[in-house]
Ligand binder design. Sequence first.
Ligand code: ZN
Length: 83
Amino acid sequence: MVYNYRIVIPYALQKSILYELHEGHLGVVKMKSIARNYVYWPGLDVEIEALCQACEPCRQQQDAPPHAPLTPWPFPARPWQRT
Ligand SMILES: [Zn+2]
């Protein structure tokens, strides 16, 4: 069976496909993009998310939030000056 050019994986094989997708710890985004090119089953995205949430190497693949630039306090011109 095929869904949008993706092979629909029967329930018995979903776990092994999921583990194959997970090989290499590519992270949620990459795993989903590979899966969307080849395979489908209901709840695939949710299962990929759950697997990667539980996996430390996959979580390290997530984009870190951008670093905020440091903003130093303005230097006081005289003692006890509040700016
Ligand atoms: Zn992983």
